[in-house]
Design a protein around this ligand. Structure first.
Ligand code: AMP
Length: 285
């Protein structure tokens, strides 16, 4: 496994590999969620490259950029054991300069949900991915459904900016109790960790009500009540039922729509997100 620290080293690695290249961008502190993306890429492509870069541009001034977990040695060992071809671990200076001016903004998708609370977050994501896509020139790029809004934004930017890249969706990997794996789960105390399953439980609760309740606003009210009754210490940021493509909220659930339920909430001051596809039963059955 080659460990590449500079753009020049990455470009020369890229120039010498032929055949399909799978790319898995990450911020490190790798867990089974990340590794499932890597395994999918290894299965699909003769070459797999992973990037590990805690991207300062996607963190707000009061967010956790400085305390974000950094576990490079362990990450490299995990990737080497899986059989990854190369890892790109650039410094901040390698990716950005103080004179930089370019940002790319999505006018709708970036402003909804997480984008409304983490101002500029998705602009930072799109910027770093544009740079990384140019440098790695992958055939396929792998993204987790765990960050569903990010996934839709990546699909849209690839489509509109004509990147010749296939975006591959990978399902969310969960802990045995249902909590979506996340590098930020490590911030939680054992008590907070036990409570964090509330996000998934709320989404599941909404799913159980879908067959009897076709109105999104009623489902969301039930979901909010479930959360506050069972997990009073958790601070809800948003709970939404959206069209999977546009991420716009919907009012009436119909089987013909592809729907997602999205949630963001604070557990012990740690911001966590989750989502599930909502299945609407066949109206005729
Ligand atoms: P991050 O390191 O948080 O930027 O995540 C890198 C990639 O891993 C993104 O495409 C995430 O959506 C994906 N990812 C993170 N957690 C999970 C998970 N629990 N299941 C599946 N994919 C995940």
């Amino acid at each position: 496994m080659e460990v590449l620290e500079t753009r020049a080293a990455l470009r020369s690695w890229r120039a010498k590999v032929h055949g399909a290249v799978g790319f898995v961008p990450t911020m490190g502190a790798l867990h089974e969620g990340h590794l499932s993306l890597v395994r999918q890429s290894l299965a699909d492509n003769p070459w797999t490259i992973v990037s590990i870069f805690v991207n300062p541009r996607q963190f707000g001034p009061n967010e956790d950029y400085h305390r974000y977990p950094r576990t490079l040695e362990t990450d490299l060992r995990l990737l080497r054991n899986l059989g990854v071809s190369a890892v790109f671990v650039p410094s901040e200076e390698e990716m950005y300069s103080l004179e930089d001016e370019v940002y790319i903004t999505l006018t709708r998708l970036s402003r909804l949900w997480c984008g409304g609370y983490r101002l500029g977050h998705f602009d930072g994501v799109v910027l770093v991915l544009t740079k990384l896509f140019h440098l790695t020139a992958p055939t396929r790029a792998y993204f987790g459904e765990k960050d569903f809004q990010q996934l839709r934004i990546v699909e849209k930017m690839v489509e509109e900016l004509f990147f010749p890249i296939e975006v591959v969706r990978v399902p969310t990997v969960r802990e045995p109790d249902g909590l979506a794996m996340s590098s930020r789960n490590t911030y939680l105390s054992p008590r907070g960790r036990a409570q964090a399953v509330a996000l998934y439980k709320t989404l599941q609760y909404i799913q159980t009500l879908v067959p009897t309740c076709p109105l999104a606003q009623d489902l969301l009210a039930e979901g909010r009540a479930y959360l506050s009754e069972n997990y009073p210490e958790i601070k809800l940021e948003y709970l939404a039922i959206v069209d999977e493509y546009s991420l716009q909220p919907i009012e009436h659930l119909r089987q013909s729509l592809k729907l997602r339920a999205l949630i963001a909430a604070y557990v012990e001051g740690v911001r966590l997100i989750d989502n599930i596809p909502l299945v609407v039963p066949d109206e005729s059955s």
